[in-house]
Write a protein that binds this ligand. Structure first.
Ligand SMILES: [Zn+2]
Ligand SMILES: [Zn+2]
Length: 143
């Protein structure tokens, strides 16, 4: 079975995009860590293996991957961008207690926006905030 990483590499080839070794490592990292990492997280983790890696390379790679639609940016908070390899439509739930971001399935195409009939939509995002089940049970135990 082909891995997600192999699939994405194939997709880049079709789009005529050649990624250097370091850039491929960023892509590979995202397929293996589907936890919505920030640029800092990606950089810190990868630098352990690739000491010559620069943060600019990480930024530039993410920019390319976002432009071709393989990676999406989650801007659930104004001051931090997180990156997500999953390209199919899904919503994000951020736990305000532990800070984790969870994926949930949502059929964005079935939502109707009558007021936007004359608009061209380029990006649709669904962000929810609240408390995850794990944190909820922690809170309940303390009370
Ligand atoms: Zn939580
Ligand atoms: Zn996600």
């Amino acid at each position: 079975m082909q891995t997600l990483f192999e699939d994405l590499k194939q997709e880049l080839k079709i789009k005529n995009i050649n990624l250097s070794y370091q850039r491929l490592k960023v892509l590979e990292y995202l397929t293996q860590n589907q936890c919505h990492p920030t640029v800092d997280q990606i950089y810190t983790d990868l630098q352990k293996d690739i000491s010559t890696l620069s943060k600019t390379t990480v930024y530039n790679t993410l920019k390319i991957l976002t432009e071709v639609g393989l990676v999406s940016i989650i801007a659930i908070e104004d001051n931090e961008s997180r990156y997500d390899i999953m390209t199919e439509n899904h919503g994000h739930f951020k736990c305000e207690s532990c800070g984790k971001i969870f994926d949930f399935n949502i059929d964005l195409d079935s939502l109707k926006f009558r007021d936007l009939n004359d608009f061209k939509i380029n990006d649709k995002n669904v962000y929810f905030k609240g408390i995850c089940p794990k944190c909820l049970s922690n809170i309940n135990e303390k009370e």
